[in-house]
Design a protein around this ligand. Structure first.
Ligand code: HEC
Ligand code: HEC
Length: 137
């Protein structure tokens, strides 16, 4: 068996497992575990990624294509590609958010049940670029 063939068997097996436990099946039918996570935990299931991405989109008031591109050959979204600069910026933003919450706000020592975490929406307020705040006189 060629290397490529062997690999496609392995991948097929992984896809079947993902299907069976039901957790990594995105609702639009794309059955793949994430392959290119550089900031988010690599253990996230496809379903939790999908949920997180939906909240990013809502908090910025954008659609998936703000950060993701289609594969020109298959003309379907390929979320693993890094061709959009916004995706790279978003990685910086995710890392920044983790620092704000885990390094800085954590020092307040508040009970996590009552503390308010900073989210993308805290700054972006539903816009791709955060609006400038103008204090009232
Ligand atoms: C503001 C930018 C942004 C928006 C909007 C966005 N994403 Fe993402 N997405 C990212 C970033 C950044 C990553 C990579 C995270 C990392 O490297 O840890 C990612 C990763 C993913 C992955 C994992 C790809 C892989 O195999 O590594 C999927 C699937 C995905 N996004 C789906 C979506 C869907 C579906 C939407 C729309 C509902 C969406 N994204 C909207 C920024 C975005
Ligand atoms: C602490 C405030 C803050 C938080 C939290 C934050 N952002 Fe941002 N974000 C900004 C600012 C400010 C800019 C504009 C920077 C500039 O002017 O170049 C920006 C710009 C961006 C851009 C580029 C927009 C463009 O049109 O160039 C993306 C994409 C983005 N943020 C995604 C995210 C995502 C995704 C999250 C949550 C994981 C997030 N941001 C959380 C403040 C924030």
């Amino acid at each position: 068996m060629s290397h490529a063939k062997a690999w496609s068997c392995v991948l097929f097996a992984i896809v079947m497992v993902a299907h069976a436990d039901g957790t990594s099946v995105p609702e639009e039918g794309r059955v793949t575990a994430p392959v290119n996570l550089q900031v988010l935990p690599k253990t996230l299931s496809g379903a939790s990624i999908r949920k997180l991405m939906k909240s990013y989109s809502r908090e910025l008031g954008v659609s998936c294509s703000h950060c993701h591109v289609e594969d020109p050959q298959t003309q379907t979204m390929d979320y693993a590609l890094d061709d959009k600069p916004n995706k790279q910026t978003a990685r910086l933003m995710i890392a920044m958010l983790n620092d704000i919450n885990d390094k800085h706000l954590a020092q307040l020592g508040r009970d996590p049940r009552y503390s308010v975490p900073v989210t993308c929406g805290s700054c972006h307020l539903g816009q791709s670029t955060p609006p400038e705040y103008e204090a009232r006189e």
